[in-house]
Design a protein around this ligand. Structure first.
Ligand code: CP
Ligand code: NVA
Length: 314
């Protein structure tokens, strides 16, 4: 992309509350405007016509890969896929050189990687927008979809009570960033030693969110509007019996759900490990909106893309 203003989307906190609010409004409008169209048909205005986005994966993905592909098609653009196994990244070509080469060939880059420093490095050397498709530290695209899902289910963000169970991981870090931007409250129930990084807790509190850290799952669930969990073992982590044992009391089951508000919803970014972090009864139950959440990755990613390409305010 030459000549036009663009922005990197590395984390929610960098983008800011106005930007994320603009993305949410745009996602709601675009989703409604294209109701009934086949999934691959472009939106009427096809605002990214002619643009190509490189999807670079150093980790597995289903939702992020498919949602960015379909999002670009709906916006009138296209994608190409690179993974570390079949690209020179996997043979040691630097992120800096990859960024400079891709910037000459495509209009934007989405990167899913391990070390968060790599996404910052990509952004530093790219002359096109770079989007964080998940790192070990954060997963901001997921949380735009989650906020959209919460709003669609009739809940206002300010003052919302969100309860997290299990591992203090990348997804939780982005929830905490969103909490600081939109002033909702997060009760985090983890075993000792698996708390989120302190910087994300402090950041949310500095933004005006109440953040409670507890080892008592019941305390976190009581009166919550949103119950959320994620895999106990994230990509790249050792699948240790010790960690699984520590996580077991934080499984979201019917007894835990019953402590939340009667109209509480259950979120999970997926992929789920039913029987581990969530019981089958909750996952398949009436409060679970996980497939709305998955579909919303498309609508959220479209707004992230428009913002990154300088076509959305905020
Ligand atoms: N939630 C999510 O990012 O899913 P994928 O790992 O399948 O992309
Ligand atoms: N915390 C998970 C999220 C997967 C979408 C992981 O990093 O593997």
């Amino acid at each position: 992309m030459t000549g036009a203003a663009f922005r990197h989307f590395l984390d929610l906190g960098d983008a800011g509350g106005d930007a994320v609010a603009a993305m949410l409004n745009d996602a709601i409008d675009r989703k409604a405007a294209r109701a009934g169209l086949p999934k691959g048909a472009p939106d009427a205005d096809a605002p990214l016509k002619g643009r190509v986005l490189a999807l670079v994966f150093e980790k597995n993905s289903t939702r992020t890969r498919v949602s960015f592909d379909i999002a670009m098609r709906q916006l009138g653009g296209s994608v190409l896929l690179l993974d570390s196994a079949s690209s020179q990244l996997g043979r040691g070509e630097t992120v800096a050189d990859t960024a400079r080469v891709l910037s000459r060939m495509v209009d934007g880059i989405m990167l899913r990687t391990d070390d968060h420093a790599k996404i910052a490095e990509m952004a530093c050397h790219a002359s096109v927008p770079v989007i964080n498709g998940l790192t070990d530290q954060s997963h901001p695209c997921q949380i735009v979809a989650d906020l959209l899902t919460v709003i669609e289910h009739g809940k206002a963000l300010p003052g919302l009570e969100v309860a997290w169970f299990g591992d203090g991981n990348n997804v939780l870090h982005s929830i905490l960033e969103a909490a600081g931007l939109f002033k909702f409250n997060v009760r985090v129930a983890t075993p000792a030693g698996y708390e989120p990084d302190r910087a994300f807790v402090d950041g949310a509190r500095a933004g005006g969110a109440n953040v409670t850290l507890t080892q008592d799952a019941g305390e976190a669930a009581r009166g919550a509007d949103v119950i959320v969990t994620d895999t106990w073992i994230s990509m790249g982590q050792a699948d240790a019996a010790e960690k699984r044992a520590a996580m077991a009391p934080y499984r979201v089951d019917a007894a835990l759900m019953a402590l939340a508000k009667p109209n509480a919803i259950f979120l999970h970014c997926l992929p789920a490990h039913v029987g581990d972090e969530v019981s089958a009864e909750v996952f398949e139950g009436p409060q679970s909106v996980v497939f709305d959440e998955a579909e919303n990755r498309i609508h959220a990613q479209k707004s992230v893309l428009l913002w990154a390409f300088g076509q959305l305010g905020g």
